[in-house]
Design a binder for this molecule. Structure first.
Ligand code: PBG
Length: 329
């Protein structure tokens, strides 16, 4: 064949492939989500193989291991005892609550660790919704007032980044104002900008016992079929002062990650959620898929789409693999 241009020349050897590689993962890209409970024992989470509900001591140790692998940040998700859940979710701003104690323990042991917290009411709320529920309705403005108390409590305990995952309107501006008023102008806001009403969150809700008692989350989370709506949320979050914006889930929403990347100069985060993790874990367990390769491919695709930051339950496993392959190569 008379082919002066042959694309395969750029794939001809490992060395050339490394030179032309467009997307490489780095442990510095990852945020490790960690579950915790107010017990002395660590407890494996059956619905999410490889994940654990940590005691405070276990949490501190796990975060230390993540840091040693080069992972800069963790995000905390508490399993709250049923006896502490109420209609008004006061436990979320209790200064001696589980999350503030965990933040203090983490920052004491690892001052350099970036501690990110979840701002939403679902772990604390009898109704299992991210907002306050009255007569089946998820209240917006009343919820935002509680979220502000929650975020200020987390900031007081030492959180570096608060991440509102609740999808209430106006919460980014309100959180910024509340944090600044309380003297926490250094605390960043990573907004869950485009959070979809996804069935991929199933295993997470099982892990925390935080599934909604009635109804679904469709009056606040985005319809999975909607693409432009993510950009509308982006405009609002930018105007309201978000420091970072997030798309969630990640793997099934790569077009949205790419749109958001194009439309903003802010750092873009993407959350590879529990269902995405579980699909790879369960399909690999019996050898149907090659777990390591599918893990790396899924994470590379999220980064290629435009994510600067990836929240993933694979953070440690992927970082270990990256370390071992760089030792070899
Ligand atoms: C709730 C919250 C959810 C997740 C993170 N924060 C679940 C939900 O919105 O129902 C999901 C994370 C995952 O599935 O890994 N505020």
């Amino acid at each position: 064949m008379n082919l002066p241009i042959r694309a395969r020349r750029n794939r001809k050897s490992e060395g050339v492939r490394r030179l032309v590689c467009e997307t490489s993962l780095n442990p510095g890209d990852f945020v490790l989500p960690l579950f915790l409970h107010d017990e002395d024992e660590d407890e494996a989470i059956e619905s999410m193989p490889g994940c654990v509900r940590w005691s405070l001591a276990g949490l501190v140790k796990e975060a230390g291991e993540a840091m040693a692998l080069g992972i800069p940040a963790v995000v905390l998700f508490p399993a709250i005892d049923d006896s502490l859940k109420t209609k008004t979710a006061e436990e979320c701003y209790h200064a001696e609550g589980l999350v503030p104690r965990a933040i203090r323990a983490l920052k004491d042991a690892h001052p350099e660790l970036v501690v990110m917290t979840d701002v939403a009411l679902d772990p604390y709320n009898e109704d299992g919704h991210d907002g306050l529920v009255v007569d089946g309705e998820i209240l917006n403005d009343e919820t935002v007032a509680v979220l502000c108390q929650q975020a200020v409590t987390q900031a007081e305990a030492g959180a570096d980044i608060v991440a509102p995952s609740d999808m209430m309107d106006g919460r980014v501006a309100a959180l910024r104002e509340a944090l600044d008023e309380a003297g926490y102008e250094k605390v960043s806001i990573c907004s869950y900008t485009a959070k979809y009403a996804s069935a991929f969150y199933g295993p997470f809700r099982g892990a925390l016992g935080s599934a909604p008692k009635a109804g679904d989350k469709k009056t606040y989370q985005i319809d999975p079929g909607n693409r432009r709506e993510a950009l509308r949320e982006l405009v609002l979050d930018e105007e309201e002062g978000a420091d970072m914006v997030m798309v969630k889930p990640a793997g099934a929403y790569l077009d949205v990650i790419s749109d958001v990347r194009e439309a903003t100069v802010l750092p873009v985060a993407a959350y590879q959620v529990s269902g995405e993790y579980l699909m790879i874990k369960s399909a690999s367990r019996d050898g149907w898929l090659d777990e390591e390769r599918v893990m790396m491919e899924s994470l590379t695709a999220i980064k290629r789409a435009g994510a600067d930051i990836i929240l993933t339950y694979f953070a440690k496993q992927a970082s270990e693999l990256l370390r071992n392959s760089s030792e070899k190569g």
